[in-house]
Design a protein around this ligand. Structure first.
Ligand code: FDA
Length: 294
């Protein structure tokens, strides 16, 4: 499937809607365009599920180069980075925890020098304990490291309460991974209701909520909660993915909200692209037509 997808020109073009390019230069060009339009950005160097320590080191080095570029271009005030721990070594057969932490520390140190922040993406439910553990370790030295919580998981409301501490940067998402009913709400309505409850917990606390969704009902509820709880614009932010709801991103920014676009780049775009397709039936139908009409 990976070969068929990455080798089909129509699908590569479809991927261009969600991925800013394969090279650092392309990522920086797209980022500059967004920043010029008043948006903030978090850049993800694509890659996940690395089983080789050399690949994990290469991912770390890609982030170090990226953070160096952001500094040189004067973009680090508006641009941070997002990292997946499975790309930094979380699934290695030996010394996974130590290798991941060392790679993540190197990236956080470069972000500190650049004057920006790092958010640690959340992957499937089997990784949540390890990922939150690494975030906790990183926050000892780098308190601005962001965590991601997925409202689809039954455990998340408790995690959300734990993470709702002063200054804690928390990105709230619905969750992009297919999860079993033993750990996740099977009904979308329950995922949405849990999202609202988590938003309230975060917004009512002294944490820094990062409301990451394209669901305009959730955006509206976040704005109402912000007003009800006396939060100033800028004391929380909205986040959306590159290529999705670009007009709404600009509208929100025009209403004085801080809006951050999650911008992925790199050669390993297959997993990210497939998750974006799976989120929306219309994308899947287009995908099937493109694959079988080649
Ligand atoms: P929902 O799925 O209900 O969609 C609401 C509406 O948004 C749809 O009706 C459609 O109009 C539009 N939409 C949503 N997805 C679309 C798509 N792919 N293509 C076109 N339109 C679409 N997940 C995770 O598990 N770990 C993570 O670390 C992150 N990180 C992350 C960062 C940021 C900035 C965002 C915005 C999202 C994530 N996600 C994530 C993904 C997230 O979990 C979720 O899968 C998607 O955001 C889709 O859910 P929505 O909240 O948009 O709602």
């Amino acid at each position: 499937m990976r070969r068929a997808v990455t080798g089909t020109p129509a699908l590569r073009r479809l991927a261009d809607r969600f991925v800013a390019g394969e090279t650092l230069d392309q990522a920086v060009a797209s980022t500059t365009g967004l920043v010029d339009r008043g948006l903030h950005v978090t850049i993800d160097h694509l890659g996940e599920d690395t089983l080789d320590a050399a690949d994990a080191a290469a991912t770390r080095d890609a982030y170090l180069a990226l953070l160096g570029q952001l500094t040189d271009l004067g973009l680090s005030g508006q641009v941070e980075v997002s990292v997946k721990l499975s790309a930094l070594g979380q699934k290695l057969a030996t010394d996974a925890e130590q290798v991941t932490l060392a790679n993540a520390v190197a990236i956080c140190e470069a972000a500190r020098v650049a004057g920006t922040t790092v958010t640690v993406d959340m992957e499937d439910h089997t990784t949540v304990d390890a990922t939150l553990g690494t975030v906790r370790d990183l926050r000892g030295e780098y308190p601005w490291v962001g965590a991601v919580l997925q409202s689809c998981l039954r455990r998340t409301e408790a995690d959300c309460a734990d993470l709702s501490t002063a200054g804690s940067r928390v990105r709230l998402v619905k969750g992009a991974y297919a999860e079993p009913a033993s750990v996740a709400h099977p009904a979308k309505r329950d995922v949405d209701l849990a999202y609202v409850r988590c938003m309230r917990t975060l917004m009512a606390s002294k944490a820094y909520p990062m409301i990451a969704t394209h669901d305009l009902r959730m955006v509206e509820i976040a704005e109402s909660l912000g007003t009800e709880l006396g939060r100033e614009p800028g004391s929380y932010e909205f986040q959306m993915l590159y290529g999705i709801r670009a007009a709404e991103q600009r509208d929100l920014a025009a209403r004085d909200h801080l809006v951050r676009v999650y911008l992925p780049y790199g050669e390993d775009w297959y997993g990210y692209f497939m998750r974006r397709l799976a989120e929306r039936p219309a994308n899947l139908a287009f995908f099937a037509r493109s694959l079988f009409s080649r």
